[in-house]
Design a protein around this ligand. Structure first.
Ligand code: PMV
Length: 335
């Protein structure tokens, strides 16, 4: 029996956003979505089964974590244990190279890596679709980080039918403009609830996203980068519009984020194919062709730290024991 496994996963950036659940318990989204898995900002997670009868422990970036983060991991492991018919608790050591909680989806890479490592040690099915379904239960968008390059998440109607799958698409590059790497004020879970409960535009958002997903799938099949970029920008701005229309209003984009959108628009006026998107945080991501990425990065560097990213790998096990995340240093405290 294996008692330890290590997995690595990368965040993904949605081109058609997931914003709203039809079932919070099963984490079924109200609409499908589509994303690119990135080749930067990985999360590496080691899951080690406990043989001493102790409780689950989460170590995040070398520090023992408590509070919501630890509770979420335990809830996820409870689901894994229920499926595996196991009582074994685990030590989860996770190292993030994503600015946590800044809308760069550290929860996606985190739960994709955790689902992959946990499936190995608890001996659950390890095929891509099973891991995608499982990762979804930790954080919806995590189901897409199981997949390499480009993924569509089929909304589905039950646990079985809601998972992400690889699609073919033209080669893209993204320029991540990091404006703020602090933790966001309102979690996406909370803001999604608020949107469904209070926004007068929630139904229009769902309908428009379902249509946009169909158009985006067609644009990917046709290799039409311009169309992909246009659809992605409109969809992102509609998501931020519906988020702002909640009561009380939630706003993730800052004045500086809007400056980056302006910068992108003026690059477009100069003839460069570039479009903006942003998740539940202030950071803006420019979508472009690989050949234009360096010029876009240079033009946007005055706004914040820029990183050029490309399509990256899906979540996978790391076999080399040297890749295991080391134990937290003695004396690190629970938060
Ligand atoms: O899966 P969550 O709770 O991290 O929600 C992610 C929501 C967005 O990142 C804003 C959009 C998306 O599709 O990734």
């Amino acid at each position: 029996m294996t008692i330890e496994a290590t997995a690595r996963a990368h965040p993904n950036m949605a081109l058609v956003k997931y914003w709203g659940k039809r079932d919070e318990q099963l984490m079924l989204p109200s609409t499908g979505s589509l994303s690119m898995t990135l080749d930067e900002f990985p999360t590496t997670t080691t899951v080690r089964l406990r043989t001493d009868g102790g409780p689950d422990v989460l170590e995040l970036n070398g520090v023992v974590a408590g509070g919501d983060a630890a509770a979420r991991v335990t809830r996820f492991l409870d689901l894994v244990r229920e499926r595996a018919g196991s009582e074994a608790r685990a030590i989860v050591r996770s190292r993030n190279e994503v600015p946590t909680g800044a809308g760069l989806a550290s929860s996606a890479s985190g739960f994709a890596a955790l689902a992959t490592a946990a499936s190995a040690v608890y001996e659950l099915p390890q095929d891509t679709t099973s891991r995608s379904r499982l990762a979804r239960r930790g954080s919806g968008s995590a189901c897409r980080s199981i997949i390499d390059r480009m993924a569509v998440w089929h909304a589905g109607t039950d646990d079985e039918s809601s998972y992400a799958e690889r699609i073919d698409a033209p080669e893209l590059a993204m320029v991540v403009v990091v404006l703020d790497s602090g933790r966001k004020k309102v979690s996406s879970r909370e803001a999604m609830r608020l949107t469904a409960a209070t926004s007068p535009f929630a139904a229009a958002w769902r309908e428009s996203t379902a249509r946009t997903l169909e158009d985006m799938l067609a644009a990917c099949r046709e290799g039409d980068v311009t169309r992909i970029g246009e659809l992605a920008e409109v969809n992102a701005l509609r998501m931020h519009a519906v988020i702002q229309s909640t009561s009380p209003s939630v706003r993730y984009l800052s004045g500086r984020s809007l400056d980056v959108f302006d910068g992108i628009e003026s690059l477009r006026a100069d003839g460069i194919g570039v479009w903006g998107t942003a998740d539940a945080g202030p950071n803006v991501v420019a979508i472009t062709r690989p050949a234009d990425a360096a010029a876009v990065a240079e033009a946007l560097t005055s706004h914040g730290e820029v990183r050029v990213v490309r399509p990256g790998p899906g979540a996978r096990l790391l076999e080399d024991p040297a890749d295991a995340v080391p134990a937290a240093t003695a004396g690190s405290e629970a938060r």
